[in-house]
Design a protein. Structure first.
Lengths: 398, 398
């Protein structure tokens, strides 16, 4: 069918077993999975359809399009989906008496959910999104390797910056060059976010006051963007001497997203911004030390908040004033906004091999955003960086 | 706040009035709108929140983030959303007794929908997505102008092809060059699709057998893609002599998406593929003639099907065999998959100023995909092309 590398069957089986353990723990008889990324994770194929995962035993992937491609790619049995009306009957006769059925309530549109739930009348609907996201948060060696490859690509982008940045160049010009270089390295050109209405292109190449423009995006920096119809990220603003230039750059390798932020400046940053950068670095060092298995997710955020306050920068931390984002970091993997979430209210423990992007940043309205971000894997010794690009601010001579 | 051009208040008021007319027609008391594109369309701002549109009277935009930016951009009254618990009370006390409440059931996730519907207990929930999409399908002069500008950008891409294509170059190399050029012209780098799980980068630069690889995407061509985790569109396959190279290229200007397909070949296409291209052109000419206000959407598809059959190409039309897409064209605007849908079962009439991308294509497994696509506006005289790039196959000397 095609020459693209496939996900190993053992890898897929392991994922399904871990998800089934969660279903058992929560007394859920089975789950109907339909979101493209979850389908890919649990089958090895992103073809369109419905994957039924019973609490135990073999799942079945009912595919709409393309059946032939799914049969070739998937590590689970594939059947043609056929007509919706008969699908309910087929599911009931194959998987028997179902009392509690799981769906992905965070992404499955209401209209479709009602149809799918109709396959199992008089059944209790349960949200399995969080438990599946927890399974996905813990990465395998295969997944960590994809992230390590992606990390080398964003590192090369930072190495190229001194040759590229110049006064009068626009944010979008530089962003387009980076996007071009990453695309040639295999970036799929689509940055997947799970959150409703959240979207992203590359990340953010943003400078000075444009970077500090607030926006809807659930991140620490906003960005002016190209238009009111795309109010975030790179804009047509040009670079000037002495302003912080933020490179929050991601790339996607075999579906896996790495996330890293570095800073650049033409000439010199003033003292206040330089100091803010040092505080950001001290926060990330502390997070590295704290981030061990068993530590509650929120602890890293609360500690960072405390450090920002101690430095007198609480008003600027992760956005300014009313437009602050209320987290320190987020899981990355097949999606940009995975678990864990390092934010207040998340008392769940870190687990070995969870992958987290940690991004302490400070926003100064009218002046810019400054900070740092690395993607880490959780180990017994604390966080181990996957992104190992030098952390010094890239200084471009005037 | 910022220097980006804003949507005119008169434009936004007109849109709301047309949507309110639909709510009245369908005896819906009000609608809770939350999807980013619908919010932008009805307010002029894409900040995050909930827009309540009553059947008559002034809507209100309850914004989560950024309130300051929404106040600056939106042409409707903005309030801070505040806590979810109080929002229900505020809505009920402001908009009174509600019996039938509208939500966007095609995009709003189940979990959020249940929360929002909880604001109005004992109320009937109605899907307003199709009626809002019908309002959006008819474009204003302002919107048509954005599409015309976007059309000049994709035309320039086709003009550059002879200087770019060469034997041994990969699909993704060429795609990346086109993406780069379009980004500099203002493309936001995000191609919005409404359909669940549907996604896109640029469109498709695909050649020979790679273009004919079937995939989940609801379009006539599939594409090998960069990986199993992104199984569509451009791949690492390199161009060879004599194979059809498909340029299904889109760009996004001020949120508005244009869609156009042209063909290229290094050397010559064989007779069968050349003839298939001629059939595609004759189908699009017939659609142009038929596409007048009042004509049922499906008629254009059924006529095309008839013409493909008469030419003996029915097995190849819009994909091959079991992987055929069952439509001839789709609306474009702020999303890639707007109304109208030219497909069986859609008996709704075309209306003046609807915008449609029509894309007759033929798939030959192992050999490639060939066809043509233009974006049109519906006029009394039939379809008028917005994309006016020369339609000849771009021939590159060997």
């Amino acid at each position: 069918m095609h020459p693209l590398p496939k996900v190993q069957t053992t890898e897929v089986r392991e994922r399904i077993a871990r998800f089934q353990a969660k279903l058992q723990e929560n007394q859920i008889d089975g789950a109907m999975i339909t979101q493209n990324v979850d389908l890919y994770y649990l089958t090895g194929s992103m073809q369109n359809g419905l994957l039924y995962v019973p609490q135990s035993g073999e799942p079945r992937f009912y595919v709409k399009k393309s059946v032939a491609r799914a049969e070739f790619e998937a590590s689970v049995p594939v059947e043609e989906m056929g007509r919706m009306k008969q699908l309910g009957e087929r599911l009931r006769s194959t998987f028997g008496n179902v009392k509690r059925i799981g769906i992905e309530m965070d992404v499955l549109p209401y209209g479709l959910a009602v149809r799918y739930l109709g396959f199992f009348p008089d059944t209790e609907a349960v949200d399995v999104a969080f438990m599946l996201r927890l399974v996905r948060a813990v990465k395998s060696e295969y997944e960590l390797n994809q992230l390590r490859i992606a990390a080398t690509h964003v590192q090369e982008m930072v190495a190229m910056l001194p040759q590229q940045i110049r006064v009068g160049m626009s944010e979008v010009e530089l962003s387009a060059q980076i996007e071009h270089a990453l695309r040639l390295k295999g970036n799929i050109g689509i940055y997947r976010m799970r959150g409703y209405n959240q979207e992203l292109c590359l990340g953010m190449v943003a400078s000075g006051e444009a970077a500090a423009t607030p926006t809807y995006f659930d991140g620490p920096a906003g960005g002016l963007g190209m238009s009111v119809a795309s109010p975030q990220g790179a804009s047509r603003k040009t670079f000037s001497v002495g302003e912080p230039i933020l490179f929050d750059i991601s790339t996607v390798v075999e579906g896996y997203i790495i996330d890293q932020t570095r800073m650049a400046v033409i000439g010199e940053l003033d003292e206040e911004l330089t100091r803010a950068y040092e505080v950001a670095v001290s926060i990330i060092r502390e997070a590295e030390r704290m981030g061990k298995p068993g530590v509650p997710w929120q602890d890293l955020y609360l500690k960072a908040l405390e450090m920002a306050e101690a430095a007198g920068l609480q008003q600027h931390f992760m956005g300014f004033g009313n437009d602050q984002a209320k987290f320190l970091g987020h899981g990355v993997g097949l999606e940009f906004d995975e678990l864990p979430v390092l934010a207040r209210g998340f008392a769940q423990p870190l687990e070995k091999n969870m992958v987290i992007a940690i991004e302490p940043k400070f926003t100064f309205p009218g002046r810019g955003v400054i900070g740092i971000e690395n993607t880490y894997v959780v180990t017994k010794q604390g966080l181990k960086a996957i992104t190992t690009t030098p952390e010094d601010i890239v200084r471009i001579p005037e």
